[in-house]
Design a protein around this ligand. Structure first.
Ligand code: 5AD
Ligand code: SF4
Length: 474
């Protein structure tokens, strides 16, 4: 029997994947000749910064296979969806999107459609995709995105439907290709997964248990990014404060920040997300001492009621959270604190929401994402009693939203007249005579400028506050 490309593949990673990238390049080259046009790909990303970073890696793999990135999803030869399942509306949005593509897919049978990410980790989703969306050729989860080239090879070599979803994470594979969405800023994974098991949350089930990357790999990546012109890194983890747990002799998160700070060329450091239960005084001190760490912390509250926090398994009380937030405000007065809040958790009462609203006024959030509780299959909260009716949720949600907006408008206005350093990100969408930049505290500023400023750090005077953003001039 003739040897297949799979028989000869190296067993170690990432060598194995570089081997499949080369093979995919040859196989796709043949397809290109048959079809008489250069092959293109499109990656559509749903969800959080983790997914955005994963998509950059998969974009790198696809580009290395010799494919052209296309803006147009419906016209592309390989379409990849990186999905999110944090709330049910994320799932619905994806199915809607896929349905639209499916209609058009009938007219383009040569297309390869692949689905990966958090939804693919759920058996019901895989079943639904396999049954009702037969035009999906490849399904894989969150733990094996680095294998994209291998999975595409399997499909190109004749497997009509490739499904490769792992229920547990494998090794952390370093050095896979990546193409950044922005040349001047990048996410850097410092850990994967989550061990906190908040009772509403599906992340530990679809992203697996918590694993930290080796500090030296993180620093090496930051150095490489800096030499590539990256000025801002965002250190990514579901709970960065527990960085290093489980790695013998590992440094802590504040120590890691100190190391990243030493990387020449990196001018700004952000991180996401901090769980309030283990944010240390050392972290506050490192932030306070640092010239590079941005004046912004995302500190998810979820609820201002100790009773609900307990049911959520958040492991802090409202008093502990408040004390922490006040300490941060005291130590770093110009910092912006943002948060996540859930309304409608099982058993939540109007008094509990009163506590949340009260907390919003005390902490004075600079910004907040507010979510309606969404039951996720397999999580403890999904089988808890005491769900409130829709009208109640709508009313209480609006009450929380109003409180957040009132406070954050007031907080944003406190910078008026300041001169702030901003990293210019883009030309303004509405007015091409303006550019848009981000301040250290994450607020956006629009000011006169041109394309040549993109990726530069410039000082801008904040002349007018427009609620949640500023107008300025250099
Ligand atoms: N329902 C509503 N919001 C949720 N979040 C996580 N799981 C759920 C859920 N089941 C929110 C939390 C978290 C943010 C990323 O998403 O507020 O911090
Ligand atoms: Fe979900 Fe809680 Fe982990 Fe955040 S800390 S990802 S909310 S389980």
């Amino acid at each position: 029997m003739a040897e297949s490309i799979f028989d000869m593949a190296p067993v170690t990673e990432p060598e194995r994947q570089y081997y499949f990238i080369e093979n995919a390049r040859v196989l796709l080259g043949r397809k290109e000749e048959e079809l008489h046009h250069p092959l293109s790909f499109h990656v559509t990303t749903f969800g959080c910064q983790m997914n955005a970073r994963d998509s950059e890696k998969m974009t790198g793999i696809l580009a290395d296979m010799g494919l052209m990135e296309s803006e147009n999803e419906t016209e592309s030869d390989i379409v990849l969806f990186n999905t999110c399942t944090i709330r049910d509306n994320a799932n619905q949005k994806f199915y809607g999107h896929l349905g639209t593509l499916g209609g058009k897919n009938q007219r383009n049978r040569d297309r390869i459609v692949a689905v990966c990410g958090c939804m693919a980790q759920e058996p019901e989703c895989v079943e639904k995709l396999s049954k009702s969306y037969k035009f999906v050729n490849i399904i894989f989860g969150t733990h094996n995105i680095y294998k994209l080239a291998e999975l595409i090879c399997r499909h190109l070599e004749g497997e009509e439907h490739v499904v490769d979803v792992w229920d547990k994470p494998g090794e952390i594979v370093e050095d896979i290709p990546s193409i950044r969405k922005y040349p001047f800023k990048s996410g850097v994974n410092i850990m994967f997964g989550c061990n906190n098991y908040c009772t509403y949350c599906i992340v530990p089930y679809v992203r697996g248990n918590e694993r930290s990357r080796e500090a030296k790999e993180i620093i090496r990546e930051c150095e490489k990014l800096a030499s590539d012109g990256v000025k801002e890194v965002m250190l990514l983890g579901q709970n960065v404060n527990s960085y290093g747990n489980g790695i013998e002799g590992s440094i802590s998160f504040p120590e890691l920040l100190r190391e990243v700070e030493k990387v020449d060329g990196i001018e700004r450091i952000r991180f996401m997300t901090s769980h309030p239960k283990d944010l240390s005084d050392e972290l506050i001190q490192v932030m306070k001492d640092s010239k590079k760490i941005c004046r912004h912390i995302h500190l998810p509250l979820q609820s201002g009621s100790t009773r609900i926090l307990k049911a959520m398994n958040r492991r802090y009380t409202r008093e502990q959270y408040l004390e922490l937030a006040m300490k941060i405000r005291r130590e770093i007065p110009d910092i912006a604190i943002t948060t996540d809040i859930i309304v409608g958790f099982p058993g939540e009462t109007t008094e509990d929401v009163d506590d949340t609203v009260d907390m919003i006024h005390r902490v004075k959030y600079d910004g907040a994402f507010t979510f309606v509780y969404s039951p996720r299959t397999g999580t403890p909260a999904a089988s808890m009693d005491g769900r409130q009716p829709k009208e109640w949720i709508k009313r209480e949600f609006d009450r929380v939203l109003t409180a957040v907006q009132d406070e954050s408008k007031e907080m944003a206005a406190r910078f008026l007249g300041n001169t702030e350093t901003v990293l210019v990100e883009d030309i303004n969408e509405q007015d091409p005579g303006l550019v848009t930049g981000r301040m250290s505290n994450n607020l956006m500023v629009h000011f006169p400028g041109d394309r040549s400023l993109i990726g530069k750090l410039v000082d801008v005077k904040l002349t007018e506050c427009k609620g949640f953003y500023y107008m300025g001039e250099r």
